[in-house]
Design a protein. Structure first.
Length: 370
């Protein structure tokens, strides 16, 4: 039986061209290598799963002209990785600085990759300062962290800092589509887009979700199976809820919310999803802001259609009511009733607006008569 390799490892980029969504960093690093303008200390910071350690390994191979397909070269003593989460003491850093004294036996540079560098103790940071400021010409340090604010300023001032971005939903979705094609998996665009949204900007998380769905669905991934497996609320719930609210159909709203609860979803998540749905309808009101809507074209058309019948006053008021429900949800003694009251209020927004408009119109008539 062939050993399974997770997609995050199987499709880990081997060069900068394969890195997704970090063009501003990969271009800078390639130019630095080509022009021989390499700094001796780098700090890669950004959210999890966006390619910090991957870029560090690619940089380490490229400065030594190592073949990425040669495991012996990749695992050579020229590239030294230290996990600062479990090696954060002064002794660990002293061992590292002792190794720096010896020039490389193979290749041009010795590259030291220190992951989760913010986990180092203050004493370890201080022990590292002198070496980081004046390393030998053959040594390059690459520090990686998800929490730059925890790294002491004296370390930051000695490094060339690269801020990694959260990867866009469209970039993650396109990358998943390429992997699905390589693996001969028939995947619906909406399903891949949903995985990309769920990953929240982290490509590694998206690949883990992709593996999970492939295990569940086999060689055909559908939007429905993805929704079921990830246990998230479908767009249809929010479109139907909004139609019911616009039609002031309180009964339908309550029955829909009951269905959501019976399927094991939390009322708080439903309100948060409904608030985001109203926000998406709001950005569809203007062609200039529709680009903020990160959904597939089919879903975008549905949003534009519903935005055409949802008044601006309704959306703004509904968002405000939903936000108040969100803020007070945790302190509520009866969360279900709390959400139901919120839905009832939303269902009466249009009547309340008409009543207010009629009242102001009558007031204007009385002023003119008097």
């Amino acid at each position: 039986m062939e050993k399974f390799v997770v997609s995050a490892r199987k499709y880990r980029p081997k060069d900068f061209e394969e890195v997704v969504g970090q063009e501003h960093i990969t271009t800078t690093l390639k130019n630095a290598i080509d022009n021989n303008h390499l700094a001796q200390a780098f700090l890669f910071c950004g959210p999890r799963g966006v390619g910090k350690t991957t870029c560090a390994r690619i940089l380490a191979r490229m400065v030594n002209d190592f073949d990425p397909d040669d495991p012996a070269a990749t695992n050579s003593m020229n590239i030294y990785e230290l996990d600062a989460a479990s090696n954060n003491s002064v002794d660990d850093i002293r061992n590292l600085t002792d190794q720096v004294r010896f020039p490389p036996q193979y290749g041009k540079y010795k590259v030291y990759i220190i992951d989760e560098v913010h986990m180092l103790s203050n004493a370890a940071f201080n022990a590292f300062l002198k070496t980081l400021e004046e390393p030998p010409p053959y040594a390059i340090f690459i520090l990686a962290t998800t929490e730059k604010h925890k790294v002491i300023p004296t370390i930051l001032s000695r490094c060339q800092i690269f801020d990694f971005n959260r990867i866009q939903v469209s970039d993650i979705s396109n990358h998943l589509a390429k992997i699905a094609e390589r693996e001969n998996i028939d995947a619906e665009e909406e399903a891949l887009h949903l995985m990309a949204q769920k990953a929240d900007g982290a490509l590694r998380d998206a690949l883990s979700i992709f593996d999970l769905i492939v295990t569940f669905s086999g060689d055909k991934i559908t939007y429905k199976s993805t929704v079921e497996n990830l246990h998230i609320l479908d767009y249809d719930y929010f479109f139907d809820a909004t139609d019911a609210l616009l039609g002031e159909d309180i009964s339908k709203c309550l029955l829909l919310f009951d269905d959501v609860i019976n399927k094991g979803f939390d009322g708080h998540n439903f309100i948060l999803g409904l608030t985001e749905h109203f926000r998406n309808l709001l950005v569809c009101k203007d062609e200039a802001t529709i680009q903020l809507l990160q959904v597939t074209e089919n879903i975008k058309l549905r949003y534009k259609e519903q935005a055409g019948v949802a008044p601006m006053a309704f959306l703004l008021t509904a968002m405000n009511i939903a936000n108040q429900c969100d803020l007070s949800y945790k302190s509520s003694k009866n969360p279900r009733l709390h959400v139901e009251l919120t839905l009832m209020k939303m269902a009466r927004i249009r009547s309340a607006v008409k009543l207010a408009q009629n009242g102001s119109a009558e007031g204007e008539v009385k002023k003119k008569v008097s």
